[in-house]
Design a protein around this ligand. Structure first.
Ligand SMILES: C[S@@+](CC[C@H](N)C(=O)[O-])C[C@H]1O[C@@H](n2cnc3c(N)ncnc32)[C@H](O)[C@@H]1O
Length: 233
């Protein structure tokens, strides 16, 4: 399985980053250890990741710089929110915001979503999985790189509690239709009653709930997007 975050692991052990990896984000990662975990650290600490582990856990795979994680954290204090991404700069920027707010119910990890689900999370344990605007790989020859393939969707289903949700958004219609086909054949049912947000509506926000960074860009350009919430029974 793919592994990311080892440079931060090494820095936290006191080793020096290889020259080509010297950058201010890596140095900043050292001071964010309460909010930013590496894939290795998640393996060790997942069972005690949040201050109150009795709260249900919702994850966002591909959280980018944490805009949506931050909003989810602020609007859902009765839940624990974990954002995952695979690039150093993005996770540091996301964790920096959680530290600034001293968020007890929010964490970020530099971790591949597939490895996290298959190696770290117990079955029947997550309340929700959000995947918003995953890279669409629109060219036919790159389609194999898409995250949301049939096996991955079966994994999502296995990791959710009964009644848990998978919330998906994309601007790419073929990806939406293909994913929906896999999702519906994996034991999920659509939850259209939930008005496109299975979580608490953000306060003081107009328009669509939890507008992500990419969603904002597409909306500004007038590009339509698709979203649906699916439930595990
Ligand atoms: C197109 S961006 C969308 C970001 C954000 N969800 C939004 O809507 O603004 C996709 C993000 O997924 C991350 N990503 C890609 N593959 C991933 C994986 N296997 N595990 C976790 N994150 C991944 C990328 O690094 C990138 O930040």
């Amino acid at each position: 399985m793919r592994k990311v975050g080892t440079i931060i692991d090494n820095l936290r052990k006191g080793e020096k980053a290889p020259d080509r990896h010297e950058n201010p984000y890596l140095k900043e990662a050292l001071g964010l250890s309460d909010f930013l975990l590496t894939q290795n650290e998640l393996h060790e600490k997942y069972a005690s990741l949040f201050t109150d582990m009795t709260k249900p856990i919702v994850i966002e795979v591909g959280c980018y710089m944490g805009k949506t994680v931050l909003e989810l954290v602020e609007n859902n204090k009765d839940k624990n929110i974990l954002g995952l991404d695979i690039t150093y700069k993005r996770v540091v920027k996301a964790a920096r915001k959680l530290k600034r707010n001293s968020s007890e119910n929010g964490r970020i990890a530099i971790c591949d979503g597939k490895s996290f689900l298959s190696e770290i999370v117990p079955d029947n344990s997550l309340l929700g999985i959000c995947i918003f605007f995953p890279d669409p790989w629109p060219k036919d020859r790159h389609e194999k790189n898409r995250l949301l393939k049939s096996d991955f969707i079966k994994l999502l289903h296995a990791k959710l509690v009964p009644g848990g949700f998978f919330w998906f958004k994309t601007d790419h219609e073929p990806y939406f239709l293909e994913t929906q086909k896999f999702v519906l054949s994996s034991g999920f049912t659509p939850d259209d009653a939930n008005d496109s947000s299975p979580l608490a509506k953000p306060r003081n926000i107009r328009g669509d709930s939890y507008e992500t960074a990419f969603q904002k860009l597409f909306t500004a350009k007038g590009v339509p997007f698709y979203q649906r919430v699916f439930l595990k029974h």
